[in-house]
Design a protein around this ligand. Structure first.
Ligand code: FES
Ligand SMILES: [Fe+2]
Length: 381
């Protein structure tokens, strides 16, 4: 990352001042932001239907004719790479009577035959064949291809937008982060694994938890808290999004020695990109990243969290194994074992009407930033 030295020097100043980058003031957040069904319906529309959403790395559809399916907040999606290598997205619903054209989560296929009555679609969405077509006089195959969804791919990242005619402008959406996210060359990296977790909480509680380091020493004393220096983080806002750099304990030793060696991503600092509305991109190391996406799952109190691990083509096999093991450790021991229980406890308080509001400190800056964006896009609760 070309401006890493400048960010690191800002972090080094914080090691002395003990004052992280902060929001201007404390923010009061009405509990209805989480509990109002009306607000939830507006979020689904404004955030999860009308914004570009990250749906994976290019490496997850590695070759022509690869496909993947997913469900985004009740919308079934079929992502394909056609024979020319072009990424496409469709609603995974047969245009005859709506059966999913494939139930597989991923694979390779040039065509999809609907299991119900056998209509067949190409991986470019076209309807190729109507079973017993003599019974469908006047039905033109051109009118019954799979319903397309706008999709775009750049820098090894894939985005789709469920509503709107597209095209998606990834650079415009990234709001200045495109330089950072183009540098690693993700288009040549490879998939290191995936994880999923479902929980009965409002999706924003998981998002909030990933947006601040205020809790590292208290909730994660033996995991993240043992590695990260408290009260330090450099925050920069890029349109809807934010970038956070945390100081690890290695940075104290680096600073005491006056530099003299390259900064180690993961050892000295941890870099996190928070992409609105629901993506956390973590640079575990310069050669290993993981993407955590948080999805409402069809109801105000249902959430799906998915993790995708990506490893650099330039890393050795041993290094790749190490990054994958680290990402899985963070998933199991930090996120699942420590963070998720907090969100569940907060959801109990909110459901019970225990809190009129939440109060977000100046140091919970990215949490405040996201709630400002959500309020602006979906309207206040
Ligand atoms: S619903 Fe697909 S062929 Fe009938
Ligand atoms: Fe946490």
């Amino acid at each position: 990352m070309t401006n890493l030295p400048e960010l690191v020097s800002r972090l080094q100043e914080q090691l002395t001042s003990q004052m992280p980058d902060c929001a201007e003031a404390v923010m009061h957040l009405p509990s209805a932001v989480y509990t109002s069904e009306d607000r939830f319906q507006r979020e689904r529309k404004a955030l999860f239907r009308q914004l570009p959403l990250f749906v994976g790395f290019s490496a997850e559809l590695p070759e022509p004719n690869s496909f993947r399916t997913m469900t985004i907040d009740s919308v079934r999606i079929l992502l394909t790479r056609d024979k020319a290598g072009t990424l496409r997205a469709f609603r995974n619903s047969c245009r005859h009577r709506g059966m999913a054209v494939t139930e597989k989560s991923e694979g390779c296929a040039k065509r999809f035959t609907c299991p119900f009555h056998g209509w067949t679609f190409g991986n470019d969405g076209s309807l190729i064949g109507i079973a017993q077509a003599q019974h469908f006089p006047g039905v033109d195959k051109k009118d019954y291809g799979l319903s397309p969804i706008a999709v775009a791919e750049k820098y090894g990242l894939m985005f789709l937008q469920i509503e709107g005619d597209g095209p998606i402008d990834i650079d415009a959406h990234l709001g200045g982060l495109e330089k950072d996210l183009s540098e690693p060359g993700f288009q040549n990296w490879r998939l290191g694994g995936r994880n999923e977790h479902r929980a009965n909480v409002n999706w924003k509680l998981f998002m909030d938890g990933f947006c601040e380091g205020y809790h590292f020493n208290t909730i994660h004393p033996n995991t993240l808290g043992a590695v990260v220096v408290p009260n330090t983080h450099v925050v920069d806002i890029f349109g809807l999004h934010a970038r956070e750099l945390f100081a690890n304990k290695g940075l104290q030793e680096f600073t005491a020695r006056g530099g003299g060696r390259p900064i180690s991503m993961g050892g000295d600092v941890a870099l996190i990109y928070l992409i609105c509305p629901n993506l956390i991109l973590i640079a575990l190391h310069s050669g290993g990243w993981h993407a955590i996406s948080i999805w409402p799952d069809g109801a105000i109190d249902r959430t799906l969290v998915s993790q995708t691990i990506l490893v650099s083509d330039r890393a050795t096999a041993e290094e790749q194994m190490d990054y994958i093991a680290r990402a899985n450790y963070i998933w199991e021991e930090v996120i699942k074992a420590e963070d998720f229980a907090v969100s569940e406890s907060i959801w109990s308080a909110l459901k019970g009407g225990d809190l009129p509001d939440m109060v977000l400190g100046r140091n919970e800056y990215p949490v405040q930033h996201f709630h400002r964006q959500f309020n602006r896009l979906a309207g206040p609760a």
